[in-house]
Design a protein around this ligand. Structure first.
Ligand SMILES: [Zn+2]
Length: 354
């Protein structure tokens, strides 16, 4: 079967990934193997349920928690997860990935000390670059459902054991009742130590003020999700003026669940953000659990939200601008990826209609 030319284009497109969670990337076969090793804390039916995405998808947080509490037991498990994720990402045309991992769960639930866990993931990053050419960077992420003191402690761990591959911090898990201001101290410490920062905000229909607090109080470098920023046009304009990049997720569960099916793609904030001057960059978040690849996530920007190839080129450049790389690398990758984009586009239009 011949592949649709747009899909060929999207797969070959040089991509960076800035919003992806390690535990949301676990191959089903690996997950099943870990479950068996641990004496089947989950039945085959439950695993099937975890890896099936329904019409109105429920969140994936339960699977992520299960990995911490039941399945990850040694540093090599984390090595395997990270190596396999980077291998899969490289096969999707991802050249560079900054991915999240929650140290608090690993230390508290899996019983693996921060340094041993972090070093295993960094080893996977080094091996994956040697094997597949993909550049990986680790972003330890605050578990916002835990006590804010744990967030400060997590930042202390990161600062105490600096590695070039560990470049910044994020925050994730359920945002409801866990607004960004609770974590101001952790972010202050991270910034003071020269770490980059991002934050999940405005993900679950939570108020636009959470996005504003992440920017103004936590002083983050970029925003993950951030959809409700458009609820206040004045604030959205401020984000546009500042050039803030939003790492958006076309498969976000909240909007798939809450918007009527026939209105979903029309009313989704992602469709409206660029028109308000907001800079977006599409990402997979939890690719395996969301049943999406990076190419498909980019494809949704075209097929569901109606963007064109010029827009995709902008999104690609937004990703490079928001990536935590040095400026000479940024300049080199911009030139290289723009040239590749334009060559691929020329080939796309030369292709016979599918
Ligand atoms: Zn996320």
């Amino acid at each position: 079967m011949t592949e649709n030319p747009l899909d060929t284009f999207l797969r070959a497109l040089p991509k960076v990934e800035l919003h992806c969670h390690l535990f949301g990337c676990v191959r089903r076969a690996t997950f099943t193997e870990l479950v068996r090793r641990q004496g089947m804390p989950f039945s085959e039916e439950e695993i099937e349920g975890f890896y099936t995405r329904g019409e109105k998808p429920v969140g994936v947080l339960r699977v992520l928690r299960a990995l911490d509490s039941q399945l990850i037991r040694q540093p090599d498990d984390l090595y395997r997860l990270a190596f396999e994720y980077l291998q899969d990402a490289a096969a999707e045309g991802i050249r560079y990935s900054e991915f999240f991992w929650n140290p608090t769960g690993t230390v508290r639930q899996s019983g693996i000390p921060y340094r041993a866990a972090m070093e295993a993931i960094v080893r996977a990053i080094v091996d994956a670059e040697a094997g597949f050419g993909i550049v990986g960077r680790l972003v330890p992420s605050i578990d916002r459902e835990a006590d804010p003191a744990e967030a400060v402690e997590m930042v202390d761990w990161v600062i105490a054991d600096r590695r070039d591959e560990v470049i910044g911090i994020g925050i994730d898990y359920r945002e409801n009742d866990r607004p960004p201001e609770l974590f101001a101290e952790a972010y202050r410490k991270a910034r003071a130590a020269g770490l980059k920062t991002t934050a999940h905000a405005g993900e679950f229909g939570t108020p636009w003020t959470n996005v504003a607090t992440a920017l103004d109080l936590l002083q983050v470098d970029r925003i993950d999700h951030g959809y409700t920023a458009i609820d206040n046009p004045e604030f959205a304009q401020r984000c546009a003026d500042r050039g803030i990049v939003f790492t958006v997720v076309p498969t976000n569960s909240y909007y798939l669940r809450t918007l009527p099916r026939e209105r979903w793609a029309l009313d989704h904030p992602i469709r409206h953000m660029p028109g308000m001057g907001l800079r977006v960059h599409p990402n997979t978040d939890d690719p395996v659990l969301h049943h999406v690849t990076a190419s498909q996530a980019w494809g949704m920007m075209v097929r569901d939200f109606g963007f064109g190839l010029d827009d995709l080129r902008e999104f690609m450049l937004n990703g490079l601008d928001a990536a935590w790389i040095d400026d000479s690398t940024r300049r080199a990758w911009r030139a290289q990826q723009c040239a590749e984009f334009d060559a691929l586009r020329a080939r796309l239009f030369a292709a016979p209609a599918a």
